[in-house]
Every structure is written in C-alpha cells, then in structure tokens.
Write a protein that binds this ligand. Structure first.
Ligand code: ZN
Length: 300
C-alpha cells in the first residue's frame, strides 16, 4: 500500500488539471493529475464525492465532436478524508446515444489538511486514448487505418519516431489508393481531362523520392489545403530520412502528416458530396424547366 499512499501524499507533485472533463478528454492512461478541492464536494449525507462529468468525444455516427454523458453519476469516498476509490464509467453520445468511451480510473479524495488536493489517473480507456480519426479517413486509408491508429497512439504518447514510421508506412502502402481517391474526386468535380490524365500517369509512376515539380498544379482547387497541394506537402516529409532527426522533430513531422491526411480525406469527401448535391440540384432544375415547358405548351 506504500505506493498508493505516496500517490496521494505526493499529489502536489502531479500536474494540475483544470477539470475532470478535461482530464478525461486529454490525459492518457497511467498519468496522475491533481484536481482542485472544488471537484470533491459533499453529498447530502456529508460524504465526499467526485462527479463523473459530461465530456466531449468524437462520435463516428454523428461525424464530429459531441457531448457525451456518463452512465454513473459520482464516485463516493465516504466520510473520511484521503480515501482511494476505483471506478468504471461508460459514456454515450448525447445526440445519438452511441457508446463512445469506457474509462476505469483510480481517484484519491483530498487529505484532511485544507490546502490538500485530490488526484486521479486512468487505469484504462476503451477505445484506446488518442486523437480521433474522422470517418472519411477510414475510406482514404483502407486496410491501413489500423497502422494509422497505432501512429496516433504513438503520437499521443510523444513517441515521435514511432509515429513517423507508422504514418510513413501508411502513406507508402496506400499511395496508389490515395491517388485513386484523388482521381475519383477530381472526376466528380469535373476537373479537365488533361489534369486527370496527369494524375493517372503520376499514379503509375510517382515515388515520394522523385521530384516535387512532378506534382505541381495537378489537383483541382477543392483538394488544396490552404492553397497548397497535399501531395506536395507530403512529399518532403516522406522523402526525408528519419535517421538524423530527434524524437521531437519526428513528432512534429508526424503531426503534420496526420493533419494533411485527415484534411485530404475531408476534402475528397467534400468534393464528392458537393458535386453530388450540385448534380441533384441541376437535375431538379432541368426537370422543372422541362415540366414548365410542357405546361406552357399545353396551355397554348
Ligand atoms: Zn453521436
């Protein structure tokens, strides 16, 4: 019990977190955080409690970050100060009721001394802790989405070289599929045939090690990220050697690759839906026009 005791006594050494919700959303399992006393009020009977708060998580069904509600209201510590409790809680999307997260935590209520703080750590989290993966990314990365998620997990724990290696493998192994998705999106938005031919040619021959000039001006506007070609953005980081990079540099590059991939996936999906909506609207308009023509004819 010595370790558990010291967990609480040394609580002052752990970083402070502003709220229990923030703790659930942002801290990986295995790391203690201090929680201010205000999070440990007394219930109607005078027992110290810690509330399982509403928190925000990514919901794949709603396709965005949503509020989630806990299925357990509080952790009760009883009447004595400085108590340890384990607790498990499930979270469901407030909007669609889909299960989003299960947490197992160990929490310590504040000691008797007035300046003492409580502390909390996750014993486990399912699905595993890490940045969320928007649904569109699953389509872009196909069967390598698993390796992408391993990259996310490595990134979330600050393992830069590991995250970089996973992301690089994903992009290299899905290169052809990424081109297929880009070509499909370009065709959807009616990009000119020369551009599509160029993309098809690049799909066959392009390697990340080859010249950056080859990918210039080969994408329709809608797929550009802040005006820049995502293939151009991926090119230098993926042709780069990791051997002379520090873990911190690798982590920075890894997070850039992640952002470009997520953004590209969202833009491809947008290109497809926008053009579908446009086609539907144009179809409806021309049908209405045709009907009006008939009406006018029958009136005359
Ligand atoms: Zn939802």
């Amino acid at each position: 019990m010595a370790d558990k005791e010291s967990n609480n006594k040394d609580a002052v050494e752990f970083p402070l977190i502003e709220s229990t919700a923030k703790f659930l959303e942002t801290v990986p399992p295995g790391e203690f955080r201090r929680l201010p006393r205000e999070f440990f009020p007394n219930d109607a009977h005078g027992r110290t409690v810690l509330e399982w708060p509403a928190a925000e998580f990514y919901c794949h069904k709603c396709n965005g970050v949503r509020y989630a509600d806990p299925d357990t209201s509080t952790i009760s510590f009883g009447f004595d100060a400085g108590q340890e409790r384990n607790s498990i809680c499930d979270y469901h999307c407030r909007n669609c009721r889909t299960f989003l997260k299960r947490f197992a935590v160990v929490a310590y209520s504040p000691p008797a001394k007035p300046e003492g703080l409580g502390s909390i750590a996750k014993v486990g989290e399912l699905p595993l802790f890490g940045p969320y993966v928007p649904t569109n990314v699953f389509q872009l990365l196909a069967e390598d989405v698993d390796a992408f998620q391993k990259g996310l997990r490595a990134e979330a724990q600050g393992l830069g070289i590991a995250a970089f290696a996973y992301y690089r493998r994903v992009v290299e192994s899905q290169r052809t599929h990424i081109f297929d998705e880009i070509i499909a999106a370009a065709e959807h938005v009616g990009a000119d045939s020369a551009m599509i031919e160029r993309l098809k040619e690049l799909r066959q021959h392009w390697r990340f090690q080859r010249s950056i000039d080859e990918v210039k001006d080969c994408l329709p506007q809608i797929l550009l990220i802040e005006g820049q070609n995502p293939l151009e953005l991926l090119h230098p980081v993926l042709s780069d050697s990791i051997h002379d990079r520090s873990d911190e540099e690798a982590l920075e590059i890894a997070s850039e690759i992640r952002l470009v991939l997520i953004n590209l996936a969202e833009r491809i999906a947008l290109a497809k839906t926008q053009s579908d909506e446009l086609k539907q609207a144009v179809g409806k308009l021309s049908a209405r026009k045709a009907n009006r023509g008939k009406e006018i004819k029958s009136e005359t």
